[in-house]
Design a protein. Structure first.
Length: 786
């Protein structure tokens, strides 16, 4: 795999060689005008460049040096000088020439103007106006996140800067905190090292990606030659999220590659933004560039947003991806790379290879118990792809390191978290009574969205809980009965089903995340289940109408019906599934007789219109588990309960091709989840088996000594460790590779009750057990928190 690191990162700036991570090719301004003095010139430094007298070093890195310089008239400039070895590189010289050209085209009130340059000199150089002030990441590292007027000024200033940059016909392509200087006159955008003219092909070699992963757009990672101005809009929102929280909305400490995976596949974590600003940011961070607003539209919305729209979010801090750094620092003396090139084809292939389960959902069974709650990890890639990104920009990393007060700060527990156990509030009618017991309906009891925790349905009152304490932040009036908690939309709407106006009918209802107040209500029929999927800029709720064949899509923000479609004319369609944000209908025949063989059909529903397209038509009783490498994964569970798990079907929806993989499993094994390429099966005695989905090979089998266990969950972006829950409120963790038990916690009650629900928020593991009990433990210290 070919890759090249093209970075000025890891430079030394400030007195005494204080490592500021001065990003010289990806952000080349050092901190200025705040009491620090440039480092004195060394014996090998020139006295002048291009007629400008050098007075000291502002920073140095692997690609060059930035000097504090003055013209003969006394004008202060920042002088950028390329190292000789790169001056001899024709591609690098061409890139530097392009940077000078781009910087000249956009020189204005919102950038650092080019004063002079000579890209054809023996050692190319460029002088720009000296802009006093810290970079955004330095400001966040030393004083904490921005809010209020300061955040408003940043949002408007960056939008104004991008407006002028785009008007000049330039796409920046590397907007990030270290490339934003907070001057006394407002923010300035610097470094056009990897920018390009909107009407010109990029200099990036085919198959290479350039940028800083936490602030790159999906298209910049997957199809870098096709990026437009929309990529800067995506980066703008990521920068604002960083400014308000100190971390990128896609940040992970696993590797830059995993951060890139989050950018391409995962929703952003926007905990630091107010609800109003979060809504704008979510639109900017749409995976599809066509769905993002224009810079002009953004500027108008930023200006019209009231002052309290820039106030800090009241939602709990912390994120399932939020660790203490965006990347790891290399060995001593190494120079981290903040801007790099990687094999784009490998990225695109590997990025598409993961299953699309949702990591934070505590799911209830739909007929057979299927737990697709774990986020599958990205497929393994060669070291070249990881090295191509390299450690992230030290300026962004420093911002995270300075926020970490102790080593334990690496744990992503919600702020103020301690172990707790709570009884969930009952709704009006409590639990349905059946023969003296209590029945659990289909749907969620609790689920997580970002770092937020919601509970409701199955006799539990709809509520939002503080993940740190379990305290109810709001609770829907207990006079109402929530039958099924469906999910949370990107527009901050909690969606649930409630009893309808007549017996055996239901309504969909949407509730505001901030206060739990009902925003809309829509009659849907006799189905209490549903799921949320994306269609353009909207989140839609997929549910069913009055019959067992018609699927309905309802706008999660307004409650209005978008479309209604019958999936099959002959089969009964009881199941609603969303895989990779695409809705699917699962339909079955009602009987298995000599005259009519049992059938399972799977239809892909067009997100915009609902038009069904058959992708599976089988005579087996199939369960849709998830997806892998772009293929749907279904398990033949056996209609007569004698051949359960007899085969895996790998279905390519585009090619309409199916590959059947035989399995050798016992009849009482139920599939409980798909993580990466591994299927997990559980027996009633608690025995867990791991099976490779593509080969049917059993990887391991472990007896947990529990009467039953939940499906597994894992931390987002990983394949393990595996976490399970027990009906009595206990937890256990298994090694994903070997299946060995890592730890267990004691059950809190007897083993009676339904299968437990699990979810993770960072390192906090939450489990619903019994019928109405919720508890949490720290996965790193389970014995101390159980």
């Amino acid at each position: 795999m070919a890759f090249a690191v093209m970075s000025w990162g890891g430079a030394t700036a400030g007195v005494g060689g204080d490592r500021r991570g001065l990003s010289l090719y990806a952000g080349w301004h050092s901190r200025s005008g705040d009491g620090e003095q440039p480092v004195v010139l060394g014996a090998t430094d020139p006295e002048s460049i291009g007629g400008y007298r050098l007075e000291g070093r502002l920073g140095s890195g692997g690609m060059g040096v930035v000097y504090d310089a003055r013209s003969d008239s006394g004008r202060r400039v920042a002088m950028k000088l390329v190292h000789q070895q790169y001056a001899d590189d024709d591609e690098f010289r061409g890139r530097f020439r392009q940077e000078v050209e781009a910087a000249r085209r956009v020189s204005g009130a919102f950038t650092a103007a080019v004063v002079d340059a000579d890209p054809d000199a023996v050692r190319p150089w460029m002088a720009t106006s000296y802009v006093p002030g810290p970079t955004l990441d330095q400001r966040v590292a030393e004083q904490g996140p921005l809010s209020g007027q300061e955040l408003r000024q940043l949002a408007i200033g960056l939008a104004e800067a991008l407006r002028d940059i785009h008007r000049a016909g330039v796409i920046h392509r590397d907007l990030k905190p270290s490339n934003v200087i907070l001057s006394g006159e407002g923010p300035r955008v610097i470094d056009f090292g990897i920018s390009r003219a909107a009407d010109r092909q990029t200099l990036t070699t085919t198959g290479r990606v350039m940028g800083t992963p936490p602030f790159m757009s999906p298209e910049a990672l997957v199809t870098p030659r096709e990026v437009g101005s929309e990529t800067d809009v995506f980066a703008l929102a990521a920068v604002l999220a960083y400014a308000s929280s100190g971390s990128s909305p896609f940040q992970t400490d696993d590797s830059p590659y995993m951060t890139a995976y989050n950018v391409v596949h995962e929703p952003p974590s926007l905990n630091g933004l107010s609800s109003a600003l979060r809504e704008i940011a979510e639109e900017c961070l749409a995976k599809d560039p066509a769905e993002r607003p224009s810079v002009t539209d953004l500027l108008e919305r930023f200006r019209s947003l009231p002052a309290d729209g820039y106030a800090p979010s009241e939602s709990p801090k912390g994120s399932e991806r939020s660790k203490d750094s965006e990347g790891s620092e290399g060995s001593e003396g190494s120079e981290p790379a903040s801007s790099a090139e990687a094999d784009a084809e490998t990225l695109a292939t590997a990025s598409a290879s993961a299953s699309a389960g949702v990591g934070g959902r505590l799911r209830r069974p739909r007929g057979r118990w299927i737990a697709t709650s774990a986020l599958a990890a990205v497929a393994a890639v060669g070291a070249g792809a990881l090295l191509a990104f390299g450690p992230l920009d030290q300026q962004e990393q420093t911002a995270q390191e300075k926020q970490a007060q102790t080593k334990e700060a690496a744990s992503s527990l919600p702020a103020g978290w301690s172990a707790w156990q709570r009884t969930l509030p009952s709704s009006k009618n409590g639990f349905w009574s059946i023969a003296g017991g209590r029945a659990i309906l289909d749907g969620h009891t609790c689920l997580t969205y970002s770092s937020e925790l919601y509970c409701g349905g199955n006799g539990i009152a709809l509520s939002r809980l503080d993940p740190a304490t379990g305290r109810a932040l709001w609770k829907h009036p207990e006079s109402d009965t929530t039958e099924s908690l469906i999910g949370v939309s990107r527009h901050r709407m909690v969606v649930a089903t409630v009893p309808g106006r007549s017996e055996s009918t239901y309504r969909l209802e949407g509730y505001g995340v901030s206060d739990g107040k009902r925003r809309w209500s829509a009659d849907i029929g006799d189905a209490a289940q549903g799921d949320i999927f994306r269609s353009g800029r909207s989140d839609l709720v997929l549910t069913q109408s009055w019959d067992a064949q018609t699927y309905v899509a309802v706008d999660a923000e307004t409650g209005k019906t978008r479309w209604s479609r019958r999936a099959s004319q002959t089969l009964s369609c009881y199941e609603v599934e969303v895989v990779n944000h695409r809705p699917y209908a699962l339909c079955h025949s009602d009987s298995d007789t000599a005259d009519s063989a049992y059938r399972t059909a799977v239809y892909a529903l067009d997100p915009a219109t609902g038009r069904p397209e058959a992708v599976v038509d089988s005579r087996q009783d199939l369960t849709l588990v998830g997806s892998q490498d772009g293929k749907l994964v279904l398990v033949d569970s056996g209609f007569d309960d004698t051949t359960s798990g007899s085969a895996v079907l790998l279905v390519d929806p585009r090619k309409k091709s199916t590959r059947r993989v035989p399995l050798s499993l016992k009849a009482d094994q139920e599939v409980r989840g798909l993580i990466g390429g591994t299927l997990y099966f559980v027996r009633p005695n608690g025995e867990v088996s791991a099976v490779r989905s593509t080969t049917g090979k059993e990887l391991w089998k472990e007896s947990t000594r529990y009467s039953d266990v939940s499906g597994p969950v894992v931390a987002p972006g990983t394949e393990g460790p595996l976490y399970f829950g027990t009906p009595g409120g206990g937890f256990l963790s298994l090694d994903a590779e070997k299946g060995s038990v890592r730890w267990t916690t004691k059950a809190r009650t007897d083993s009676g009750g339904p299968s437990p629900d699990l979810a993770l928020i960072g390192d906090a593991l939450y489990g619903r057990y019994g019928y109405d009990q919720l508890t949490t433990v720290d996965v790193n210290r389970p014995s101390k928190s159980s």
